[in-house]
Design a protein around this ligand. Structure first.
Ligand code: NAI
Length: 399
């Protein structure tokens, strides 16, 4: 097929996506990260990429090229970003001068405000392009031999995707569904604001870490073992999470009030999100805590920790904070400020609210402390919030 796809990134997810798309489509892998593209190209050499599927089947394919040259965007029909959100801005910026009108650009997964970031990086060209934010990555996946072999551990049945402008939804989603194959089913979500405020990681990750390592429940001493992340959610953490998700709901209700007709149905509560996404995998769904404690998909997952003299301290630079606060929670907080809503629990769960973390100064880097600046000033507009959040996430990642 001469339908041309760029698959961006070079980690677990990008390698899997490249392997999958290249079976049927003219696919170029693009990575702007250091010399990753050249390394990957060398690692693969003359071989085909090998993708093992959940049933044990193996698919072989070969991307047309693996490059760090942004000008390949000139022939692309679809550009998929399958990288952590701190890198999204760089891809948008570098592709912008080359993209042809009508290019579909999708982030997989999107983080909060992906559409706003896209519009701001593309400038005048944005109006001729189609942006699609996926709520999550459809696969749990890992490469097994870097650059050559990867495994899909599981595929979701359904994933939500929102398209901006909404008028391009049918066109974009049918192309993207074709790329992904039969599973997952790509379900249409009314708008990207819904995807932004649905973002479950922005509440779950900082909320669960606050519940375990915050000043209200932790004495600051290293632990003998890394605590269980989901199975370790107790009544206190459940209360933190419920308050956070309720604060996000109040933002949704206020948005519906100020923008009549706006459909926020997909920006649901955390409990509803579990029911939507993990149906049949939880033994007990009577409460949010039960959903998290009894979800088979979470079995044995631990808090991100650093080993210190044989004991465990929280890893405060892990994605759960360094990604989910700046490109998640800050979005919710920024919108709340514009709408003049207070969010006391979200404020506590942000890093500046956890005094102990700052005292340990293993917290986030100097730049990342600007998080507290985002939280404490009037946000101005969402574009500023999103751009600052992305810069912060990038700085955290490079720290
Ligand atoms: P990964 O950690 O394997 O991605 C690493 C890649 O990010 C690198 O190969 C590089 O291309 C890019 N990168 C790293 N540092 C960079 C820098 N300083 N500048 C520019 N680019 C840089 O992540 P993975 O597993 O591929 O996941 C991608 C996204 O999908 C993440 O947001 C993750 O949270 C999400 N996700 C992944 C799942 C999985 O099973 N792998 C499941 C659900 C979500």
């Amino acid at each position: 097929s001469d339908f041309a796809v760029l698959c961006c990134g070079g980690g677990n997810a990008a390698q899997v996506a490249t392997g999958l798309f290249a079976v049927r489509y003219n696919t170029i892998a693009v990575s702007f990260f250091a010399d990753e593209a050249a390394k990957w190209k060398a690692a693969l050499g003359e071989d085909e990429f090998e993708l093992t599927l959940p049933g044990g089947g193996v698919m072989k394919s070969k991307p047309k090229d693996i490059t760090n040259d942004p000008s390949v965007a000139k022939d692309a029909d679809v550009i998929l970003l399958v990288v952590p959100s701190f890198a999204h801005g760089e891809y948008f910026e570098k592709f912008a001068p080359h993209m042809k009108p009508g290019t579909i650009v999708a982030t997989m997964p999107a983080r909060s405000g992906g559409d706003i970031l896209f519009a701001s990086k593309l400038g005048d060209k944005a109006k001729d392009m189609i942006f699609c934010g996926f709520e999550t990555l459809p696969w749990a996946c890992r490469f097994t031999e870097w650059g050559k072999k990867a495994t899909v551990l599981g595929t979701k049945n359904n994933i939500l995707a929102a398209v901006s402008p909404v008028s391009a939804t049918k066109k974009a989603l049918s192309k993207l569904q074709g790329l992904l194959g039969v599973n997952p089913f790509v379900e249409e979500s009314p708008n990207n604001l819904g995807i932004s405020l649905r973002n479950p990681g922005m509440c779950i990750h900082p909320g669960v870490m606050y519940g375990r390592w915050g000043p209200e429940s932790w004495d600051g001493q290293a632990k003998d073992e890394a605590p269980l992340f989901y199975q370790g959610v107790d009544d206190f953490t459940e209360k933190v999470l419920t308050s956070m998700t309720d604060e996000v709901q109040s933002i949704c209700r206020k948005m519906e009030e100020v923008a009549p007709g706006l459909n926020m149905k997909d920006a649901c509560t955390l409990k509803q999100w579990y029911l939507d996404c993990y149906d049949g995998q939880m033994k007990d769904t009577s409460s949010l805590k039960a959903c998290m404690n009894t979800n088979a998909a979470y079995d044995g997952l631990k808090h991100p920790c650093k080993e210190v003299e044989g004991k465990f301290m929280p890893d405060l630079k892990y994605r759960y904070l360094s990604e989910d606060i700046p490109t998640g929670l800050c979005f919710a907080k920024g919108l709340a400020e514009i709408l003049e809503l207070s969010t006391p629990q979200i404020d506590k769960a942000n890093s500046s609210g956890i005094k102990t973390w700052q005292d340990m100064s293993v917290c986030l880097s100097e730049e990342c402390r600007t998080l507290s600046t985002i939280f404490s000033r009037k946000s101005g507009n969402m574009c500023t919030v999103v751009l600052q959040g992305c810069e912060t996430a990038r700085a955290c990642n490079n720290a």
